[in-house]
Design a protein around this ligand. Structure first.
Ligand code: ZN
Ligand code: ZN
Length: 281
């Protein structure tokens, strides 16, 4: 079954996320386990976790993915920031496990002047310090490549995994369409998408792409800017989404939206739009 949902709030308790998802006609989804702009990992209370799992199974919503806080930087040369980042990633991984959520994703980080090679080494080293729970796959998210941010190319993502002590059983990739487009990967035509798949196959391997973030982009192709737009309303447009979400190598992946919520359109509008673009719904 096609799995499409959106990022939803956990305000009032994590179990509330399930109904919020059902209300907007999503059947999988993403959430934060703490504040997206803070270091504190929210404590998962047993009662809330039990209800969350119960509702997910009753309403057939999943697989979920947890998104890490935006402060995490595993590439940093600053030891204190690195330590905080590792501790937070660990806390969020553990919270994912307690919620029976199989995926956890975050933006790997920025080298802030140390250079790409050193930054990638730092990420690999700090990934190696984690204890990834066996029930959770850590997914590195591709980035738009703004500033000294790492992870905009498949080859950088490959280096992060392969220079760590982990392998692709524990670490995979979450692809964000806005970030792909801003980083200069096109997926609108068969030729563009084959070219991108060839590059994936030559690096991380297509089977290690485990989840998709569907977002249109406010900024042009290759702009390296990361600002999301409603599906079809941005610079990507409807066509490339139709190509990507129906492609045989991507169509069975769970997909979530991180599109804006404004007066005219909320996540239910974007979920509906994606369903319209699917061949089978
Ligand atoms: Zn993200
Ligand atoms: Zn983004």
């Amino acid at each position: 079954m096609f799995r499409i949902g959106s990022h939803v709030s956990t305000a009032g308790g994590v179990e509330k996320a399930v109904d919020r998802q059902v209300e907007i006609k999503g059947n999988c989804g993403q959430l934060f386990v703490g504040s997206p702009r803070g270091w504190k990992v929210g404590e998962v209370k047993k009662e809330g976790a039990d209800l969350f799992k119960k509702y997910c199974s009753e309403k057939d919503v999943g697989p979920w993915i947890v998104h890490g806080t935006y402060l995490i930087n595993l590439a940093t040369p600053k030891e204190e920031l690195a330590e905080k980042s590792v501790a937070t990633v660990q806390g969020e991984l553990d919270a994912s496990a307690e919620l029976d959520i199989p995926y956890y994703t975050f933006h790997p980080g920025a080298h802030t002047g140390e250079g790409v090679e050193k930054g990638l080494k730092n990420i690999a080293m700090r990934l190696s310090q984690l204890e990834i729970p066996s029930s959770v796959t850590l997914l590195l998210e591709n980035t738009a490549g703004k500033g000294t941010t790492l992870g905009e190319t498949f080859s950088e993502l490959q280096t992060m995994v392969e220079e760590s002590t982990y392998g692709y059983d524990d670490i995979g990739v979450c692809l964000d369409t806005c970030h792909l487009f801003s980083a200069g990967y096109g997926f609108g035509t068969d030729e563009e998408i084959s070219q991108m798949i060839d590059e994936i196959e030559g690096t991380i391997g297509i089977e290690n792409v485990r989840y998709l973030h569907l977002n249109d982009s406010k900024h042009p192709f290759g702009s390296k800017k990361d600002e999301h737009e409603h599906i079809g309303d941005g610079e990507i447009g409807e066509g490339p989404f139709r190509t990507l979400i129906n492609h045989k190598l991507f169509r069975d992946l769970p997909m979530v939206l991180e599109t804006p919520i404004d007066e005219e359109k909320d996540h239910s509008w974007d979920i509906q739009k994606i369903r319209e673009l699917r061949d089978d719904s």
